[in-house]
Design a protein around this ligand. Structure first.
Ligand SMILES: [Fe+2]
Ligand SMILES: [Fe+2]
Length: 269
């Protein structure tokens, strides 16, 4: 990554158009806020719909068209592959596996969904695509986008739906030097550091399908002078820094979210 680059990548996830928990004001506000940032790229990391139906996809596409950004990456989530929803996805958004490559970063997005299942997988048949897509990236920031989480997320109850081949994928991402993973699915924002990778999970931007005390939010990734900062932004409200790292030196700061502790009432003896 060149030293003088400045860019903003916004990640919005789990918008769930068609869900009874979908709040249009939250999505409209998020789009407005993101457009005001004049983003270099926008990532929509799956679960655009609730059940994969045509009318839900068309509504999602209407919203997504409002992003004023040339570089869009949209990938499906498990809800989008219900009821053969991937047909509508491909018609409206194109390939389910995509690359957004620009001067400062390479973003590779994959479809981890399986028809009518909540579980996910990437699949060995796609490993070569991932390896090849990052192979010419040089010192650009390498970003991998996938709907399902690759590591457990605290505060989400019984663990389930980590992609079946998470171990193989994590090793592959480490091997090709991925700096940042952007995922969603659990509706709980969180970040992990593994080797030299930051694995950042987005919350749901526009629904009240929330666990515990989490709030609707999306992610803003700012890259300036080679340094990467990830902010969690609450529509209508504040933003907070969650990760700050330098991919060249691997120096980093990570916010200590104590999701589990914060939900246990404190009692005095
Ligand atoms: Fe979701
Ligand atoms: Fe999901």
């Amino acid at each position: 990554m060149s030293a003088d680059s400045r860019l903003t990548i916004c990640q919005i996830s789990d918008i769930h158009c068609g869900s009874p928990y979908f709040i249009p004001d939250l999505l409209e506000r998020s789009i407005l806020e993101i457009n005001e940032l004049d983003p270099t790229a926008v990532v929509v990391s799956g679960d655009l719909t609730d059940a994969g139906y045509r009318q839900e996809f068309e509504r999602a596409a209407e919203y997504i068209r409002r992003f004023q950004c040339e570089r869009m990456m949209v990938i499906p989530g498990n809800h989008d592959s219900r009821n053969v929803g991937y047909i509508h996805f491909e018609r409206l958004f194109g390939e389910r596996y995509s690359i957004v490559d620009f001067e400062e970063a390479v973003m590779v997005g994959v479809d981890s969904s399986e028809p009518d299942l909540n579980d996910g997988r990437v699949g060995r048949e796609h490993y070569e695509f991932i390896r090849r897509s990052f192979s010419g990236a040089g010192d650009k920031l390498k970003i991998f986008v996938v709907h399902h989480h690759l590591l457990p997320i605290p505060g989400t109850g019984r663990e389930r739906n980590i992609i079946f081949d998470a171990g193989d994928i994590l090793e592959l991402l480490d091997e090709v030097g991925v700096d940042l993973v952007l995922s969603g699915h659990k509706h709980v924002p969180y970040s992990w550091k593994l080797e030299n990778m930051f694995i950042v999970n987005a919350g749901t931007a526009s629904t009240t399908r929330l666990r515990g005390n989490t709030r609707p939010c999306y992610n803003i990734v700012e890259i300036e002078d080679g340094r990467v900062r990830v902010f969690r932004k609450y529509p209508f409200k504040e933003r907070e820094l969650t990760v700050d790292f330098d991919p060249r030196t691997h120096a980093y700061w990570r916010r200590e979210d104590r999701i589990v502790d914060s939900e246990i009432p404190v009692t005095s003896e």
